[in-house]
Write a protein that binds this ligand. Structure first.
Ligand code: ATP
Ligand code: MG
Length: 640
């Protein structure tokens, strides 16, 4: 069904090809478009995460600076300087407790210049132990300047501050796929934000004020960052933004949640990220599966005052946020394409219809013609040049066919008319001739006998007239019988050129032919033709006599033979340069007794006989003539 439709209908083909183009182009632009959108959205996402990472790092640094300034300021206050100088432990203990509560520190200590603890805000009784190995204490002792930053505190040191702090900071390592292996099931140190400042009296360093915030399990601390950077944006009830602090590769404080919605503390980062950020000190931004969901993630190293990497800072945005944007943009894009196709479809149909309309009209017209209904194609005012040309050519063709058909029909009608008329005339004439023939034979026999008996008498001349006129009658009767002869001709294979030649040779001896030039234009390759030779000689002689009669002042008689192999027949043409035949006589030429010649000169049987003979040879005879110029008879005989 479809292949035959394709073969038959130009319009269908055009529509299908156009649709194909539209669909292919649509799909192509869809693929390219989605790729571009995807790329842009992902780029936008990573850019935004990179920004968030920058903002979070800045916030973290600001926090450190703020703590540093607080500690620096407090270290300069008169009461702390005085109490430190006086080694007034009870006063310092009370003061440090107040500072701890007011500024949200977990640890506040005053350390002697040699590194031993003077007083602890958390524990009045624990003092005198040496903390000179603490990096920040070391730094202040060396540089006599304030110091602040990230650091690490071991569990035994935290325990000196208080059991509750040690318990609060304990973290159980959760085995995470794709992460590094850990030998210990618990983390025995804590990530700490530290600030230390020298206490001077009269230019001499008399102690160090030291304060720290423990970051392990410090939800408040990390949630504040997240709030500041990501606000409270949620998708399907889940927080869009997340931030985390790592100690090594372990999450010590985070708002990334696991599948049960618990903070994923103790889980690890993948080994890939760990290597890049922790070991190589680079920033890592990309898509990562974090604990339970996909995040567009950013990690950067977290360093201490000496530039040593202790852990990592992480921010992430739920990938779903961008997936939704991607989905929406893609949908919009898809919609645009579909609408375009929907518009293109009727538009192309309309255009195809408009351009193929002339073709449709021609197809309709040809179908009509095949049914015999000839009519030209109408050219419409808005038809283009090509359509006009096609229509003009087609209309010319229609007219030519019509004209030809009309001619053929006329010819056929005339031929039928002629042959029917001649046949009925022939029947009538031969009937009469038969009847007359016998009495005529009697009259001739007796008039001949009578002429013998009456020779030399005064009746001789009268009887002679009777006999001669009877002879003339018999000649006429014979002619009629020749014309209407019903018996088949005695055919044998004959050389047409030879038969014609022999006939002409006899005539050339006749005196009347002296003024007439006879031209033989014979075809050489003529095959033998089935002929009744004597009858055909009569045909040639009748035509020749007529031609000579038509050329009283002389002229030229040309006899031509030709082979029409394609049509399977031979042609004999007899053309003269005589007076010609007026058009009104043309239709009557082959009728018996039609003559224009004087009485006694012609009986009008010559062409009737020719017609009869040719017909019995299954041939045709035609005549063309122009008055004053000449006449040409054409005989066509079949080869078989
Ligand atoms: N070659 C020709 N040129 C001009 N007119 C011709 C020619 N052949 C025939 N005719 C016309 O056709 C008529 C009929 O010819 P057809 O041969 O039948 O009779 P005819 O010649 O008049 O008499 P018949 O042949 O019986 O002696 C002629 O009288 C003549 O008018
Ligand atoms: Mg004649």
């Amino acid at each position: 069904m479809i292949p035959s439709l394709l073969r038959s209908n130009i319009r269908f083909k055009l529509v299908v090809s156009l649709l194909l183009i539209v669909v292919v182009m649509g799909t192509l632009s869809l693929i390219v478009g989605i790729r571009i959108i995807n790329k842009n959205v992902i780029r936008e996402a990573t850019d935004s995460v990179r920004n968030s990472l920058g903002a979070t790092t800045e916030l973290y640094d600001e926090e450190v600076q703020k703590r540093s300034r607080i500690v620096e300021y407090l270290a300069k206050t008169a009461e702390i300087v005085r109490a430190t100088a006086d080694r007034d432990r009870p006063f310092l203990f009370a003061k440090l407790a107040q500072i701890k509560a007011e500024f949200g520190f977990d640890i506040v200590n005053v350390v002697n210049p040699d590194g031993s603890i003077l007083v602890r805000a958390n524990n009045f009784d624990a003092w005198g132990d040496n903390v000179a190995n603490y990096r920040y204490i070391q730094w202040v002792m060396r540089n006599k300047k304030p110091a602040a930053g990230t650091g690490i505190l071991g569990q035994e040191n935290i325990r000196k501050e208080g059991k509750d702090l040690a318990e609060r900071t304990i973290i159980h390592v959760v085995r995470t796929p794709l992460a590094r292996a850990h030998e210990s099931p618990t983390l025995n140190e804590a990530l700490v934000m530290k600030a230390a400042s020298p206490i001077f009296e009269n230019g001499e360093m008399i102690g160090i004020l030291y304060a720290a915030i423990l970051l392990n399990n410090n939800d408040q601390f990390i949630d504040r960052f997240k709030r500041l950077v990501f606000k409270e944006e949620r998708i399907d009830g889940r927080e869009v933004g997340a931030s985390t602090l790592f100690l090594g590769d372990i999450r010590v404080t985070t708002n990334v949640v696991d599948t049960q919605g618990r903070r994923a503390i103790g889980t690890q980062v993948s080994e890939e990220v760990y290597k890049k950020v922790y070991e190589e000190g680079q920033t890592w931004v990309g898509q990562a599966f974090v604990v339970a969901s996909w995040y567009i993630s950013g990690y950067c190293p977290l360093r201490d005052i000496d530039g040593r990497i202790l852990g990592m800072l992480y921010v992430g945005v739920l990938k779903e946020k961008f997936d939704a944007a991607l989905r929406n943009t893609t949908l919009l894009f898809l919609l645009v394409i579909v609408v375009t196709v929907l518009i293109a479809l009727p538009l192309s149909l309309f255009l195809i219809n408009a351009t193929t309309k002339p073709v449709q009209r021609i197809i309709a017209a040809t179908t009509d013609i095949a049914r015999g209904d000839y009519h030209p194609i109408v050219v419409l005012p808005h038809d283009d040049d090509d359509a006009r040309k096609i229509a003009a050519g087609f209309n010319a063709m229609v007219m030519a066919i019509e004209e030809r058909d009309r001619k053929i029909q006329d010819q056929a009608e005339r031929t039928i008319l002629k042959s029917e008329k001649l046949a009925s005339l022939g029947r009538l004439a031969s009937g009469i001739a038969h009847e007359i023939n016998n009495p005529l034979t009697g009259v001739l026999t007796f008039s001949s006998l009578l002429l013998g008996d009456l020779a030399g008498t005064k009746y001789e001349e009268d009887v002679k007239v009777i006999r001669d006129e009877t002879l003339r009658c018999r000649k006429i009767v014979r002619g009629i019988l020749d014309f209407a002869r019903e018996n088949e001709p005695q055919k044998s294979a004959a050389d047409l050129n030879e038969v014609i030649g022999e006939t002409l040779a006899i005539f050339e001896k006749n005196v009347t032919f002296h003024n007439v030039e006879i031209v033989r234009d014979f075809a050489r390759d003529l095959p033998p033709v089935q002929l009744d030779i004597s009858q055909f000689k009569q045909v040639i002689s009748n035509l020749a006599v007529n031609a000579v009669d038509a050329m009283p002042k002389g002229g030229r008689l040309t006899l031509t033979t030709a082979l029409d192999r394609a049509a399977g027949r031979v042609e004999v043409r007899a053309a003269d340069t005589g007076v010609g035949i007026p058009p009104e006589n043309m239709s009557r030429l082959f009728e018996p007794f039609f003559t224009t010649k004087d009485r006694g000169k012609g009986t009008g049987l010559g062409l009737a006989v020719v017609y009869g003979i040719i017909k019995r040879h299954n041939g045709t005879i035609d005549v063309r003539s122009k008055t004053g110029e000449g006449t040409e008879f054409t005989i066509r005989l079949p080869l078989v």
